[in-house]
Ligand binder design. Structure first.
Ligand SMILES: C[S@@+](CC[C@H](N)C(=O)[O-])C[C@H]1O[C@@H](n2cnc3c(N)ncnc32)[C@H](O)[C@@H]1O
Ligand SMILES: Nc1nc2[nH]cc(C(=O)O)c2c(=O)[nH]1
Ligand code: SF4
Ligand SMILES: [Mg+2]
Length: 222
């Protein structure tokens, strides 16, 4: 009977590892290697990555590192699915930081981010009412964000916009880190959102999912 593997040795379920143009956050436009981990405890109404909820392939952390290394790209994003739903994501993130990568963590905000290596940069999605997942948020996460991190609001409607505007004010988020307002792809009028932000003089960054305009909205691996 062999001893149970420690978290740091546990393999991870991986949906895909790919090299693309970062489509979101203040890093948008930069070449980036994405590690999309499998599984998510949430079901956002507008999720564009349902294919990552199940399946995937087992990778050791060493196998993930060597796959990433082959791309020769300095920027790495760990995403999903919900990457922090797998405990072994924490040692993966630490190993990526040890290897000298700039590491972004795309996370739902539903899982405590305090255990995440502080060298990594959190891109934390604050789930608006339109996602149907607001109640799943781990609210202390918002007080934990620092200037290296980013808070993102995916907006499905004017109601989501007004809710997000209130949260930005309540947590003084724009004083803490970059705040991203991102329309649900294809379902919120882009000009309207831009004009709401201007009219309210919000210190937020209007963002689009750039990769969906370069390739296709429902294409995997980009
Ligand atoms: C697929 S999730 C994976 C990481 C993590 N589970 C999360 O929710 O942040 C990555 C990001 O894709 C964005 N996203 C997913 N579906 C979207 C859609 N239909 N329109 C706009 N953004 C979307 C959300 O900002 C989400 O944070
Ligand atoms: N190109 C590209 N950029 C991204 N930024 C965040 C993504 C995600 O799915 O987490 C993503 C993605 O799926 N593709
Ligand atoms: S938390 Fe992320 S992966 Fe999970 S359903 Fe929501 S958008 Fe999709
Ligand atoms: Mg995506």
């Amino acid at each position: 009977m062999t001893a149970p593997l420690q978290t740091q040795e546990q393999p991870l379920r991986v949906t895909e590892i790919f090299h693309s143009i970062q489509g979101e956050s203040t890093y948008a436009g930069q070449p980036c290697v994405f590690v999309r981990l499998t599984g998510c405890p949430l079901r956002c109404t507008w999720c564009d990555t349902e294919y990552s909820f199940y399946g995937g392939t087992t990778f050791s952390i060493d196998e993930i590192l060597s796959t990433i290394r082959a791309y020769g790209c300095q920027l790495v994003e760990v995403t999903g699915g919900e990457p922090l739903a797998q405990p072994a994501a924490l040692p993966l993130i630490a190993r990526l930081c040890d290897a000298g990568y700039t590491v972004l963590i795309e996370t739902s905000g539903a899982i405590d981010v305090q255990p995440v290596d502080r060298r990594a940069k959190l891109i934390l999605d604050v789930k608006c009412p339109g996602s149907g997942m607001t109640d799943r948020m781990h609210w202390p996460n918002l007080d934990y964000l620092t200037a290296k991190d980013e808070a993102k609001f995916v907006l499905a409607s004017r109601e989501d916009y007004e809710w997000a505007r209130g949260m930005v004010a309540q947590y003084r988020l724009a004083d803490r880190c970059p705040v991203l307002f991102s329309p649900v792809f294809g379902s919120l009028d882009l000009r309207a959102l831009a004009e709401w932000i201007l009219a309210d003089r919000l210190s937020v960054r209007f963002q689009l999912q750039m990769h969906k305009y370069i390739w296709a909205p429902d294409m995997r691996g980009v």
